[in-house]
Design a protein around this ligand. Sequence first.
Ligand code: ADP
Ligand code: MG
Ligand code: ZN
Length: 482
Amino acid sequence: MKYEMVIGLEIHAELNTRTKIFCSCSTQFGAEPNTHVCPICLAMPGTLPVLNRQAVEKCVTAGLALGCDIAPEAHMDRKNYFYPDLPKAYQISQLFRPLCTGGTLEFEYEDESGQARIGRVRINRIHLEEDAGKSIHDLYGASTLLDFNRGGVPLIEIVTEPDIRSPEEAGAFVDRLRSILRYAGVSDCQMQEGSLRADINLSIRPAGSDTLGTRTEMKNLNSIRAIVRAAQAEFLRQTEVLEDGGVIVQETRRWDDAKGRSLRMRTKEEANDYRYFPDPDLLPIRVDGDWLRAIRDALPELPGSKRRRYVADYGLPEYDAGILTSDPAISAFFEDAVACGGDAKAVSNFIMGDMMRIVRERELDFAALPFSPADLATLVNRVAEGVVSISVAKGAVLNQMFEAGERPDAVIERMGLRQVSDEDTLRAIARDVIRDNPGVAQEYRDGKTKVLGFLMGQVMKKSRGKAQPAAASQLLKEELEK
Ligand code: ADP
Ligand code: MG
Ligand code: ZN
């Protein structure tokens, strides 16, 4: 039997407000445990919540960015459960009347076989809620430590319809969603730090069927790669269960990325296990026409339209436009470098190639690089002017810019990296190479002209990458044919 997988995602994003959702404690990540707390977020008896207006605005902003309907009146509800990191023993969330409903996200992705596809995933709802504290289990499980700094940080939960059909599509959806939330300025979406967290609901059914199978919910996914791998593994696990004649149990599972498998956590609870009811301490949220218009007017350009503009205005290929606009910090760097006089395609090549690789390897941030977009524009221009070769520019010069923030012209002069196109110098190098490789040179003369590549490689090496390639190749041929 051939099975199809069905995936729906629940994504939590921490909103980047300055203060928590119901008190004025800071939301800053990474502080000493229990230093960003107060009687309200610690749930002392007699305290009352006051809703953070910014949190509502950011939730609405996310809804507008994803094409949702914004409810003119929304309510906060209590979701009751007991856990040490939840001091009130209920989480203030939204069940009955969320702020945002409906909406769709369209995105491109590559399927398993590398074919380009369009994904279309409907958003069921986006609701506003508070985060819980953090439990830190010590190494031997002897005690659990609690950090309430995160308790009361505002979150949005984005729930999709079960429209996703492959691990690759799920990964691409989260990638695009993250990009939109960052552009919209509502969340930092750092998956490593937990400010964006995805749960995967996955079921399988015979290919072609249109009824839904029983699903499992997988938690603890903290990278796009983990989402893709967890969905692949869960699809295989469920397939095996069914093929062995078993049944899928509706349960919550925890993904262990290091081991590449998931473990059962608990059987799944239903909404009525939480005894949801409207929170009597909070007033209804009314987003009137003026407020909604103001939020809409403040919405920045989103990646989709920015991408189309990159193709139309800068003449970039779709592929480049997609990558450059995937992150607001990258696109800002690109636009500034072009505004400083760099050729758009050349700037794009630098960013997409070596810069993104170095940024990833060194875990840097495009918004805080040691050199400016103007420096990149200068470097790109020095290549265009023939002052340095492209390989030296991408190698030694760029490296030094990352390493020490040194200006490109200063690096080129200090390290003597100017490209050599002077005929006498290049001819001398070509002669040296021919002298050192008599056998290969003879092969060339005997008609095996493809060895020219090897000899050119030697010329580049001898010149430490500085030989101007076209001139060097011409002179090398002349010398060989003498
Ligand atoms: P709960 O409130 O129990 O988490 P929801 O109805 O809110 O359940 O659904 C949660 C997520 O699970 C949604 O993203 C939804 O699309 C997805 N989902 C629901 N049923 C299935 C199914 N049979 N297979 C895959 N995903 C599902
Ligand atoms: Mg749910
Ligand atoms: Zn507080």
